[in-house]
Ligand binder design. Structure first.
Ligand code: ADP
Length: 368
């Protein structure tokens, strides 16, 4: 099947055209709406995409949509009703869903005869049982305001968990895999039999692991304190925790490569940032080993996970009593399997491919 995958951000559109699993074309339209940018608006951006690739015989367009709330458990063909439901979820993802909706609206207008399918970052985590998704707050407030753990990076965790099971020859319906997606955003996921049973992000992509610019887990009282005692307005606190926290907050730099270079040179702030980052990963690995009752594999993915042997080593250090060890030669080489042969828990490096996963989910959806 020929599938166009669109990832529409507020000022950019990433696209990739697939024939089955083969990439026919890909590109990025940037700085939409800015003077000197690639396109005036999302419509002009999509027109550029359509002019540059051959859409003859296109079977479907797959749209990455960040938030699907509790409404969407899988990829869904978009009609007016589905569009309205995604619009209704904007308060849960005010930065992300509006951009996806622009992309969807324009694609429906310019390609009216082609099915449009929404693939949600949250959908994979809808299998998390209630006790892993519900926050212990006033239940009536939670229900009224749709407050619960949704989780994100679902396409990546789904893809990587499946690839890991395949790589190791594990039975897909039983494999227990802990996936660690460590990019600019970062999250951990416990996957059992191909289904998410726990994940570190929550109602928003802010909690969990330490990220490039996001804090990950903190005591919510930090927010009250910054507001009440430090006098910061709520918007400023949100900006601080999402854009000036994480590696950026601790080391003044959000790029793990730079943090590691400084760490190697003995810089104390970078060393602390690196240590906090890796310890948080270890905390989640421990939690998910308990949730899964042991794991067959731990898989590292995304920019940091795929390219930083140092982070992989530090975040799993001292876990040999739990069957988790790394073969340093394999780790340095970036082998797919970096644990020793016969280790009780396989440790793997598995490149993610969210666009391919979206294309595959769209294909499956159309076949249903
Ligand atoms: P995004 O979440 O935007 O898709 P990526 O998955 O590309 O991001 O991850 C970006 C992160 O990966 C950055 O912090 C970058 O520094 C880090 N990274 C990339 N290559 C390396 C490397 N060789 N060593 C350490 N970190 C790396």
């Amino acid at each position: 099947m020929k599938i166009l995958v669109l990832n529409s951000g507020s000022s950019s559109v990433k696209y990739r055209l697939f024939d089955g699993t083969t990439t026919l074309a890909k590109g990025l339209i940037e700085r939409i709406g800015e003077s000197g940018g690639d396109a005036a608006d999302h419509e002009a951006a999509l027109q550029r995409v359509m002019a540059s690739v051959d859409l003859d015989g296109l079977d479907a367009v797959g749209h990455r949509v960040v938030h699907g709330g509790s409404e969407f458990r899988k990829a869904t063909v978009i009609d007016d009703d589905v569009f309205a439901v995604i619009e209704g979820l904007v308060p849960l993802a005010p930065l992300h869903n509006p951009a996806a909706l622009s992309g969807i609206a324009v694609a429906r207008k310019l390609l009216p005869d082609v099915p449009q399918v929404a693939v949600f970052d949250t959908a994979f985590h809808q299998t998390i049982p209630p006790e892993g998704a519900v926050y212990a707050i006033d239940a009536s407030l939670a229900e009224r305001w749709q407050i619960r753990r949704y989780g994100f990076h679902g396409t990546s965790h789904a893809y990587v968990a499946r690839q890991t099971a395949e790589l190791l020859g594990l039975p897909a319906d039983r494999a227990k895999v802990i996936t660690l997606h460590l990019g600019n955003g970062a999250s951990a996921c416990a996957v059992e039999g191909g289904r998410s049973v726990a994940t570190s992000m929550g109602m928003s992509p802010l909690p969990g692991l330490v990220m490039g610019t996001r804090s990950g887990d903190i005591d919510p009282t930090v927010i009250f304190h910054l507001h009440r005692v430090a006098g910061l307005p709520i918007d400023e606190i949100e900006r601080s925790l999402t854009r000036f926290a994480g590696l950026q907050g601790l080391a003044g730099d959000n790029d793990m490569r730079t943090v590691q270079d400084r760490w190697a040179a003995g810089d104390p702030a970078a060393t602390l940032a690196f240590d906090v980052y890796c310890r948080r990963i270890k905390e989640y690995v421990g939690t998910y080993l308990a949730i899964l009752g042991g794991a067959d594999a731990i898989a590292f993915t995304a920019g940091v996970g795929e390219h930083s042997p140092e982070v992989r080593t530090a975040s799993l250090a001292g876990l040999s009593a739990l069957g988790i060890t790394i073969d340093e030669a394999r780790n340095e080489r970036g082998d797919r399997i970096i644990s020793p042969d016969g280790a009780p828990v396989a440790v793997c490096v598995v490149p993610t491919d969210e666009e391919l996963e979206i294309a595959q989910q769209v294909t499956e959806q159309l076949r249903d």
